[in-house]
Design a protein around this ligand. Structure first.
Ligand code: AMP
Length: 417
């Protein structure tokens, strides 16, 4: 299928071509016709599938077709709500790119920066507004935003939105929307609370499932390295020197952890920058653009900060710490292997994190290959799956470790090994 088959307007076709896209991705093939018909949509798709264009292109087409000359630049006609500022900026960039020949305007608003520039843009009037929830409500309360004029509402990354505690903000936003509207909801995973939200928000939606819920991108080659806590830093340095030699995104659980990793890498002559919520918006943008341009090879990020990162050709993701929410793993590794490109996801796991790791494998329905050939293997094999050498013939069938702290680890069939 080509973009011509999707009945796009000449302005949109021209933009898609100038972006260098030749064929629509599966989610675009399925979602664009549904959205262009004016139907509500429930999209289960992870980032990297071309999701943004799947909603931005048909929205632009709808707005372009029904635009009245005197309607332009007055009322907000489409609103996209997304959980992080990085993602909001990226979506706005996409609307600008796909809409550049339509004459439609957009602006992006998010917290953590002064509101002045944002209110100036809003006063001028925009067709499409991209917003994070807090700043949207803040500016709506101050009277800068009227949501009653909306024709299309998009709730993007809904699962992440709830994970980040935005449920009350989301409900408040929904209460400000006009009853007559078209609504699109996208989520990488479909846990029950998202299904409830979708039921309350969407009218007779068509559902598009691009990957089974919680599956990982097939193009991402995954592996796990078991080690001990004390060796984690050295193993990371080793992986960055031997395995992940190109642009690499390293995930930590905490902001403090991210800063610590930057220092450790600096001591080993690996230049890295961190991106997390404690950094100023400017510092985050700076770190991100250095990473995108290749000036910085390694970016250290927390989950929330990394959510909107879209780096073409990101070759490796390293999980320096295993996330305790399994879905987070899917989001993390979805940073690489985007739009069909090959990517690798390496995870460093200690015995303390093993329970979380097993939950991840359960969620993704795969057993990730274990790399044993590295300089920092664990010396506590009982904490992990059986070591590579064959178990002795005296292997005990009965579990060996019965104390509570070990209860969740697989039992070593050969305790003397
Ligand atoms: P997204 O899932 O929206 O974050 O998009 C992931 C990446 O795929 C972005 O870098 C887009 O520019 C790119 N992309 C989106 N649609 C296409 C397409 N039809 N062909 C090639 N690349 C695309």
């Amino acid at each position: 299928m080509t973009f011509e088959n999707l009945n796009l307007s000449p302005a949109l076709l021209k933009a898609v071509t100038s972006e260098g896209y030749t064929n629509p991705t599966p989610i675009q093939q399925q979602a664009i016709p549904i959205v262009m018909k004016g139907r509500d949509l429930l999209g289960c798709a992870q980032t990297g599938t071309g999701k943004t264009a799947a909603f931005a292109i048909p929205i632009l087409q709808i707005l372009e077709k029904s635009s009245q000359p005197n309607q332009r630049n007055k009322a907000i006609r489409a609103l996209i709500v997304t959980p992080t500022r990085e993602l909001a900026i990226q979506i706005a960039d996409s609307f600008s790119a796909y809409g550049k020949f339509t004459g439609l305007t957009n602006t992006v608003i998010f917290g953590g920066v002064k509101q002045h520039q944002q209110t100036i843009a809003l006063r001028k009037g925009v067709d499409v507004l991209i917003a994070t929830p807090g700043r949207l409500l803040d500016l709506a309360n101050q009277g800068y935003i009227n949501m009653k004029t909306l024709e299309v509402f998009v709730l993007d990354e809904a699962d992440r939105m709830l994970d980040m505690g935005f449920i009350h903000d989301v409900k408040k936003i929904i209460s400000l929307l006009p009853a007559k509207r078209q609504t699109l909801l996208f989520s990488a995973t479909m846990p029950p609370d998202i299904v409830d939200l979708a039921n309350s928000l969407l009218k007779e939606p068509q559902r598009v499932d691009i990957t089974p819920p919680s599956s990982t991108a097939v193009t991402v080659q995954q592996s796990v390295y078991f080690t001990e806590k004390k060796d984690k830093n050295d193993l990371l340095v080793y992986l960055l020197e031997k395995e992940a030699k190109d642009s690499t995104l390293v995930f930590t659980r905490t902001k403090h952890g991210a800063d610590k990793v930057v220092k450790i890498l600096a001591r080993n002559n690996i230049q890295a920058q961190a991106i997390h919520g404690n950094k100023s918006q400017n510092a985050r943008q700076n770190a991100l653009s250095n990473f995108k341009s290749g000036k910085t090879r390694v970016l250290i990020a927390t989950d929330i900060a990394a959510r909107g990162i879209d780096v073409d050709g990101l070759s490796h993701v390293i999980n320096f710490e295993i996330p305790n929410i399994s879905e987070t793993y899917v989001h993390r590794i979805g940073r690489t292997g985007r739009a069909g490109a090959a990517g690798k996801a390496l995870s460093i796991c200690t015995s303390e994190e093993y329970k979380d790791w097993k939950n991840i494998e359960k969620l993704i329905g795969q057993s990730v290959p274990v790399i044993k050939d590295h300089p920092y293997p664990t010396s506590h094999p009982s904490s992990f799956p059986a070591p590579s050498k064959p178990a002795s013939t005296h292997a005990q069938k009965k579990p060996v470790h019965r104390n509570k702290s070990r209860r969740n680890y697989p039992r070593n069939p050969n305790p003397k090994a």
